[in-house]
Design a protein around this ligand. Structure first.
Ligand SMILES: Cc1ncc(COP(=O)(O)O)c(C=O)c1O
Length: 363
């Protein structure tokens, strides 16, 4: 079976884990600090704060931004559930907007009409690894004095006008989950140039701790272990190589799939690099099979696929309860019924890519 995602774990990661185990210092040791230093350097931000998931990164970022009951946070209707759950946990209201049908990112033209006197933050998501249109969003954010927290969980290494994701807004949130472009099993990291936010996030990941058994405010245990940090340090060294393999694989897929009627391959908008966390095609009504039928047909040919995501966020009960219903975000709803991600990860062999192209064309 050709998997839709598969991490590359080398001897470097294994040796790094062995060294941490041998040191006996599994938590709050030097690896987390080392990862933060190298990630901040890579991102070109003043601070990077490691946590134990991308979800924790978003939660910590929203907390640092001061989001709480009565506040509204504008975000996309088409993302992983973790983009909105932290907003709800802080007692704030997610205000969803529809997506651009080509990039699948939030439609920036719809953001301004969603702004109210209660809006505090906008969370754009760089979906599938492609940056959203930051220039337009930034103009709205500064006009209304709003913070931008990037959900860059799928987009490590992607750029917008030559600036890396995670450095465009006020705070950037990354996931190091096992299937991400670089990973450590479970992990997350937050980037910012703002010292106050960085300090708040460092406290938040450790129960709000401001000194030995002193707690400045509420918090959780969102600490990353040194075992995870040791893997992430090694993965970060390989990020360019991993992402280049993804671009290359995506180019081959574009070329091989471009003439299939009814299939829309992903496209990259101007001024950005797409890191193809997912290579997501749209299976339109002009294709002889539905999206789900195509997924079954590919599976029968030993090709794994994924649907990210089968439902837009407002179809889930706890989000619909805010006051949303079917029909509110037609582009997100259509995308949820048509998108299909096929393998693009850096472990793929050229023969496997050619096989995927051949099978797709035959179907
Ligand atoms: C867009 C998006 N946001 C948030 C998350 C949450 O990251 P994690 O799974 O590391 O908590 C993910 C990861 O799956 C994601 O893809």
């Amino acid at each position: 079976m050709i998997q839709v995602a598969s991490p590359i774990i080398g001897n470097e990661e294994i040796d790094a884990i062995d060294a941490v185990l041998a040191s006996g210092r599994l938590v709050q040791g030097p690896e987390v600090a080392e990862l933060e230093k190298s990630f901040a350097k890579y991102s070109d931000t003043k601070y990077a704060v490691a946590v134990n998931s991308g979800t924790a990164a978003l939660h910590a970022a929203l907390f640092a931004a001061g989001v709480g009951p009565g506040d509204e946070v504008i975000t996309t209707s088409f993302s992983f559930i973790a983009t909105v759950n932290p907003i709800l946990f802080l007692g704030a209201k997610p205000v969803l907007v529809d997506i651009d049908p080509v990039t699948y990112n939030l439609d920036v033209d719809l953001v301004e009409q969603a702004v109210t006197s209660k809006t505090k933050v906008i969370i754009p998501v760089h979906l599938y690894g492609q940056p959203y249109d930051h220039a337009e969003l930034e103009a709205i954010a500064s006009k209304h004095d709003l913070l931008v927290i990037e959900d860059a969980c799928q987009a490590v290494g992607a750029t917008y006008k030559n600036k890396k994701t995670g450095t465009l807004g006020d705070i950037g949130c990354f996931s190091l989950y096992a299937t991400k472009n670089i990973m450590c099993g479970e992990g997350g990291i937050v980037t910012t140039d703002n010292e106050e936010y960085a300090d708040a996030m460092k406290r938040f990941r450790q129960h709000g701790m401001s000194g030995p058994y002193e707690y400045a405010h509420i918090g959780f245990n969102y600490r990353m272990t040194d075992l995870h940090a040791a893997i992430a340090i090694e993965q970060l060294k390989k990020i360019r190589q991993f992402n280049e393999r993804r671009y290359h694989n995506a180019d081959l897929l574009h070329e091989g799939l471009k003439d299939i009627t009814g299939i829309s391959p992903p496209s990259t908008a101007p001024d950005r690099t797409h890191v193809f966390h997912q290579y997501t095609i749209r299976v339109t009504n002009n294709f002889p099979l539905t999206r789900d039928e195509l997924a079954v047909a590919l599976r029968q040919k030993e090709i794994g696929t994924g649907v990210y995501y089968p439902k837009p966020l407002h179809f889930y009960d706890h989000i619909a309860a805010i006051g949303y219903q079917k029909g509110d975000f037609p582009q997100a709803e259509l995308a949820a019924s048509q998108v299909l991600s096929i393998p693009v990860h850096p472990k793929l062999e050229i023969e496997e890519i050619n096989y995927i192209i051949k099978v797709m064309n035959t179907i």
